[in-house]
Design a protein around this ligand. Structure first.
Ligand code: FES
Length: 137
């Protein structure tokens, strides 16, 4: 898989998101407390723009009448039918065994490393002896 630069870290502050297009795919890039995650901007249920939905917390109810919010601001709620997905894994909490949103690997890399690129020119050692330049090939 090829790497694509989609934003600076400053463009997506904690709690923020940016929707980008990479190779024809809309992808939402999220910053959850300093950890970056990427999710396809297409809900696996009926195709809504998933990454435009509200970022919510997971709600658990261990017994009827008692509930608690867990994993604050780590889920995304689809704007059409309100199915919720884990932003980090794409797992649906409506049908966890059958429905999952596509996720992508995200990394933060220093600009210096990206500017270097993956290619280097071939080099050969050079030495000067007396008045001659000798190239070792
Ligand atoms: S299209 Fe997303 S929940 Fe239906």
């Amino acid at each position: 898989m090829a790497k694509h630069v989609v934003a600076t870290v400053a463009e997506i502050p904690p709690g923020g998101r940016k929707i980008v297009t990479v190779r024809g795919r809309e992808i939402g890039v999220f910053n959850l407390g300093g950890a970056f995650h990427a999710l396809i901007n297409r809900c696996p249920h009926q195709g809504a723009a998933l990454c435009t939905g509200a970022i919510v917390s997971r709600l658990e109810a261990p017994v009827p009448g008692e509930y608690r919010l867990t994993r604050p601001d780590t889920m995304i709620r689809c704007p059409w039918h309100c199915w919720e997905f884990d932003i980090a894994t794409g797992q649906s909490w409506c049908e966890p065994d059958d429905v999952k949103a596509r996720t992508y690997n995200v990394s933060v890399e220093p600009g210096e490393a990206l500017a270097k690129g993956p290619f280097t020119a071939e080099t050969v050692p050079v030495s000067v002896e007396q008045d001659y330049v000798v190239v070792e090939v």
